[in-house]
Design a protein around this ligand. Sequence first.
Ligand SMILES: [Zn+2]
Length: 311
Amino acid sequence: MTATLSILIYHRVLARPDPLFPGEVDAAQFERQLRLLKRFYTPLPLGAAVQRLQDGSLPPRAACITFDDGYADNAQVALPLLQRHGVHATFFIATGYLDGGQMWNDTVIAAVRQAAGPVLDLRAHALGTLPVASLAQRQAAIATLLERLKYLPFARRQQLAMHIRRQAGATAGPPAMLSTAQLRQLHAAGMELGAHTASHPILSTLPERAARLDIANGKGQLESLIQAPVTLFAYPNGKVGRDYGAPHVAMVQNLGFRAAVATDRGVARPGAGLDLLQLPRFTPWDRGRLAFLWRLRQNRRQAPPARPDAG
Ligand SMILES: [Zn+2]
C-alpha cells in the first residue's frame, strides 16, 4: 500500500458548543477526533511528515493536524488536549491579528450575533435588508454576508465589515485571537508554527508586489516573535487557481519556505506527483465517529488536483 499523508484543517476548537455555529468543533468533539486519529492513523508533526515524504519513509496512514489563523482557543482549549494525547499540531498564524486584532469575518459574525433585530438594514451599503429575528435567520445572514464580502478587494472588505458592525450597533465582542504570550506558549510546548501572511488577504486579489510583501511580513514577524526560523506556509483561503496561483507558489519558494499547504482536498503521496509547495488539506468536520473516519478515507481516494507549475 502506498503511504499517504492526510493533512487536517482546523480553525477553532470552542470551549463549549456555540448555537450559532453548531458545526464548529468543540473540545469534546476534538478530543474524540484525536482518539480516532491515534487509533487509526499515525499523527506526525507536519515538518517531520514533509521530511519523510521526501526521503520515502512516510508510514502508511500518516496524518497531520493543522490550525489556521491563530485563534486564542488554539492555546486555551486545543493545546491541553493535544498534550494530553501526545499529538502534535502545526499552527499557521496571520500575525497582523495577534494581541486583540479581529479578522473581517469575525467582525461580521460579531455584528450579526449582537444585532438587535428583527432586521439588519444594510441598504446603505447595497447589501439589502437581512432578517435576524431567529437563530436560523442569523446563521443565514452570516453566510450571505461572508459570501458577498469574501472576494471583494481587501480594503473594501475591511471597510464594509466595519460598516456592518456600526449598522448593527455592535461592538467587536471578546478578543478571539492569540496573544503573543499564548503564541509563545504554543511554541514552548513544542508545537510547530507556520506563516499565514500578516493580514490574511486572498493573495490573488492583490497586486503581486503587495502579495509578496504580506507573505514576507508574516514570516518575518513570526520569526522575530518566536526567535526561530519559520519554514512552513499556508495560503489564505487556499484554493489553487482561485485564491492563489503560480506566482504565489514561486514567491513562497523564493522566500525560503520548505513546504506549503493549500485547501484543495486529497492526500500527499511520495513520488512524481508530489509538490511540497502545494500540499493538499481538508476539513474533517463531522459530528459522528464513523463520519469522521469515512471522510478521512474518502479524502485519501481523492484524485490529485491539477497544479500550476511552481516555476
Ligand atoms: Zn486562514
